[in-house]
Design a protein around this ligand. Structure first.
Ligand SMILES: Cc1cc2nc3c(=O)[nH]c(=O)nc-3n(C[C@H](O)[C@H](O)[C@H](O)COP(=O)(O)OP(=O)(O)OC[C@H]3O[C@@H](n4cnc5c(N)ncnc54)[C@H](O)[C@@H]3O)c2cc1C
Length: 241
């Protein structure tokens, strides 16, 4: 059941509809749009959690987006929307039309893909869509915590600036597909890491995540509990939540 009244339970909070306004819309990269949402209902949201956005006015079509940055005191949060193609799909259509001043409705937040403060070290791995989650996670690490990682993007143009991005290895796959990326797996294999496991955050395309996880578990002997995974998309599937 969807309720519009604020309640204390976590489930009610997740299902509550929140009404905010798009306050800034900026094309930060050729295929990445930043949308800032503002309003009094931006409370109790953590960076790295995700929201379910109503992307059609006339029906309850929802798409999930990660909170890249947030200022609870000033009551805004930023979403980064990837625009991988010119197709007409609900999320892409919404991103092409949203403008400052537009009302926006979302459900959430939910998700535990957030920084683990006691991690011995942090390892982030993913492709361009994962950058939004890594921005949130790395922005929340302690300065003394060590950070490792590989991010694969098509070209340097698609690389985003976010906290501690310079401490990561960046690889460029050109026109090769992001799905089941062999290049990303190879780069992770070559990554020097401490001998003991840390906490891994694996995000982006689902099959690539599965392959990286298998590598960590079988080749590096990491326990499964040391890996947090967040598949955002995979070819042919609509909505992975
Ligand atoms: C937990 C979670 C967090 C997410 N966070 C974000 C986020 O912060 N930013 C964001 O942009 N998206 C995010 N997504 C993905 C988002 O919810 C939508 O799936 C995506 O925007 C596509 O929606 P659509 O309506 O345009 O296309 P759909 O009609 O849902 O799908 C159309 C096709 O596009 C393909 N597709 C989707 N994304 C890509 C891609 N990056 N590259 C190539 N093909 C793709 C799908 O596989 C599908 O076959 C997240 C998803 C989940 C589950």
């Amino acid at each position: 059941m969807i309720t519009e009244s604020p309640k204390r339970g976590i489930t009610d909070r997740i299902l509550m509809l929140r009404h905010v306004t798009a306050t800034e819309v900026e094309q930060i990269r050729p295929r990445i749009l930043r949308v800032r949402l503002g309003g009094q209902q931006i409370t109790d949201v953590r960076p790295g959690q995700h929201l379910r956005l109503k992307v059609r006015e006339d029906s309850m079509v929802l798409r999930t987006y990660t909170v890249a940055a947030i200022d609870i005191r000033k009551q805004w949060l930023d979403l980064w929307i990837y625009q991988p193609s010119d197709e007409s799909t609900p999320g892409l259509d919404w991103s092409r039309n949203v403008a400052p001043g537009d009302p926006v409705t979302f459900m959430g937040p939910s998700g535990r893909f957030v920084v683990q403060p006691d991690a011995p070290y942090h390892l982030v791995i993913g492709e361009e869509t994962a950058q939004v989650a890594f921005a949130a996670i790395l922005g929340a690490t302690k300065p003394s915590a060590s950070v490792h990682g590989v991010v694969e993007v098509p070209t340097p143009d698609e690389r985003l600036d976010f906290p501690r991005a310079d401490e990561l290895t960046w690889t460029y796959r050109g026109d090769a597909p992001a799905a089941q990326s062999a290049g990303l797996l190879e780069a992770v294999r070559a990554l020097p890491l401490p001998s003991a496991p840390g906490v891994a955050y694996l995000a982006g395309e689902a099959k690539t995540i599965a392959a990286i996880r298998t590598h960590l578990v079988t080749e590096r002997r990491w326990p499964r509990r040391s890996e947090l995974t967040k598949p955002f998309w995979t070819p042919g599937r609509k909505g992975l939540d």
